[in-house]
Design a protein around this ligand. Sequence first.
Ligand code: HEC
Length: 711
Amino acid sequence: MPIWSICASLAKQQFGLLATVATFVASSGVSMGLPTPRSSDWPGYGLNASEQRFSPASQIDTSNVADLKLAYYLDLPHEGALEATPLEIQGVVYFPGSMGVVYAVDAVSGKLKWTFDPKAGPRIDHHQRMIYPVNRGLAYFDHKVYVATRDGRLIALNSVNGVEVWTSRFLTAGDHSTSTGAPRIAKGMVLIGNSGAEANARGYVTALDANTGKIAWRFFTVPGNPAKGFENDAMRMAAATWSGEWWKLGGGGTPWNSIVYDAAFDQVLIGAGNGSPYVGRLRGTTEGKENLFLASVVAVDAGTGRYKWHYQYNPGEVWDYKATMDIILADLTINGTAKQVLLQSPSNGFFYVIDRSNGKLLSAEKTGKVSWADRIDLKTGRPVENPAARYENGPFILYPSVLGTHDWQAMAYSPKTQLAYIPYMQTASKFWHSKDEEQLLYTRAPGWWNTGVMFESYVDPADPMDGRGSLLAWDPVAQKVRWRQDYPTFWNGGILTTEGNLVFQGIETGEFAAYDAGTGKKLWSFDAQMGIVGAPISFVVDNKQYVSVLAGFGGSGGDGCCADKKIWSYQAPRRLLTFALGGSAMLPKPDPALVVTADSILDDPNLRLDNKQVAKGEYLWGFSCGTCHGVEGRSLGAAPDLRASHAALDKPSFTAILRKNLLVDTGMPRFDDLKDEQLDGLYQYIRSVARKAKAGAMPSDHRVDGPGSTH
Ligand code: HEC
C-alpha cells in the first residue's frame, strides 16, 4: 500500500508559460468596435447566469452532426492541463491556460489575436505549491476580460487588445489559499472564490467592482478565530457548529468553483468546499458538530453579500466531500407546482433539487454507488449515514471516493429534454487512521497535504464499473437515469447541450463525441489525439455555428481502467479545437517519440540503491512529486515523466532543479526547503521505479484515483 496514493489522487497538472505578448492586433470581426455579447455568443463560464450550458444554436443538429468537421486548431505550446470552458464574444474566443495565460483567438480563422501572461509561476509560494496549477475560466463584462491568477490577483484586461486595465488582490493577507476558478459576473461586480482547503485555507468569496477592482463585499464560508470577533452574524451562527481550535488549521470550505448569480432572487449561490483538515476530530465532528458551511450551498444577498439561507449536504464533513460542483438554475414542475430550483450533483454521490426561494430540499437520490449514506431524509433534509462511514472505529471503503461521483467537470441541463447531463465517475477511497508517525508527518505540515488521515484509492475487483466514468442523462424530476454512456476512463470532460438536441463531451481517451440528447445514441466522434477534461462551447458567427473545446489532459492522477488506454505525454501538443459543418482542417499525425516506453526509460545499472532511502523517498513522493509526476513516476501528462528524464538521472542537475527552484517559471513548484536526506530519498525512489519499469514492469492497466485537487 504505497502511501503516495494519497497524492496519486492529488495528481494535478502542469502549466506553461508564454512570453507576455499582449500585442494589439486589429481584428476583422471586432476591430476597435466595442463588443457587446449577443445571444449567439458564449459570454460566461456556464454560458449565462443560469449556467445550464444549453446553447440556443441549432444549425448543427441530430440530422447533420455526422458531417461535423474540424474547422481549425491552434497549438498551445507550454500548456498542460486545460480545464477551462472558453468564452466567445463577437467573433473572439477567450480562454486561460493552465497558469492563467489569457488567449484571445479569432473565432472564425483560429488566429491568435493577443495573449496576456500574468507571470504567476514565480509568485507561487511554498504553501500554494501543492494546489494543482489549473485555471477553469475567465469572465467577461463591459469590454473587459477577467482572469484570476493562482497567486491571488484578479486582473481586468481590455478585451480588444489584452492590455491590463486594473489588478486587484483578492486573497487576504498571509492566508494559505490560492485560486483556480472562473470569476463570475453579478450586478456590475466580479465574484471569485479561493482554493486550498488542503493547505490550511479558510474559504471565502470576494466581490469586486468590475470597473475599478475595488472590493465590494466578502463572504467567508467558515468561521475564523472567535477571539478576533466575527465578521457577521452568519459567522457567529456558524462558529457554534465547530469546536476546538479549528481556525489554526484553516477550516476549509473553499468555494473554488461554483458561484452563481440568481437574478430571480437577487442572490448569489455559493458552493462551499470540504473540511480542513479532512479528519474531523480537530473540529468537533466526533461530538456531532456540523461545521457550517462546509459542503453546503449558501445563498447570500447579491448586493451586500449578507447571508440568506444555506443547505448543508454533509453535516460534519470528513471525506473531502464538497459542494463545489457546478450549480444549475432551472424552472421545474414538481408534483404539479412550478418551482424555481437549483440542481446540483455534489461530490457525495446524490443529485439534489433545492428550492431557490428558501433553500429547502425538494428531492435527493443517488446517481450511482454510494456507501457513506443510505438516503437523504426529506423531512429533516439530513443524510441517513452508514455508522461505519466516519472511519473512527476502523478503515472504511468510501463510495464515492474523494473525487466524488462528480467533480468540477461541468454538467449541463437542457430545457428541451428536461434532462441534466452529468460527467459521472465510479471510484472509491479507503480511509483509515494511521499510527505511523512518519506517514502522519506530511498530513499535518503546511505546504504539504493537510489531511490528518490516510486514504488511498480502492477498486473492487468484482465490480467492472469501478474506476470508470459515464455520461448520465438524469431526469431531475423523476430523479432517475434516462440513458447513459459508459466509458473506460473516469477523468473525463464537461458537457455542452444544444437546441440542435445534441450533447457534446470529450473524454480522457481523446474522443470528442456528440450524442442525441433524447436517446443517448452516439452520432459523431473525433479523435482529438489528447485527453479532454474541459467543457465545450457553441456559438454562432456570421450565421455559422461553431463548437470549440480545449484538449489538454490533466488535473488528476486518475486514469480509469483498461490496458489499451493512452497515456498522454507532457510534451504532446495541447490545443484549441473548433468544429463546424464544412470544416476542412486536419490534425497533424501524433509524434510517436512522445510516448514513454520501456526503451525511453533511463537507468544507470551501476547505481546501487539503498532500500531504506527508497522507502523514505516513496513517502515523500506521495505527498509531493507524485501529485504532478504520477504514481510510481508514471506521468499521465501533468509533468515530465521523470523515469525518462536526463535531468532526473543526473544527480547534480536533479539537486539544482530542486534546490535552486530552477523551473518555477515553467510550472515546477518551489522545493528548496527539502533536506539532503529527503532529496536523496526522492532521487533513489525515482531511480527504483525507473529500474522496475525498464525491467518490463510498465504498469498500464492498473487503476488509480486521485483528488485532482483543484480546490
Ligand atoms: C505542481 C506540479 C509539480 C510538482 C508537485 C512537482 N513537479 Fe517537478 N515539474 C513540474 C513541471 C510542470 C515540470 C516541467 C517544467 C518545464 O517544463 O520546464 C517539472 C519538472 C521537473 C524536473 C525536470 C525534468 C526534466 O526532464 O526537465 C524534475 C527533476 C522535477 N520536476 C522533479 C520534481 C520532484 C523531485 C518533485 C517533488 C519534490 C516535483 N518535481 C514536484 C511539476 C511539478
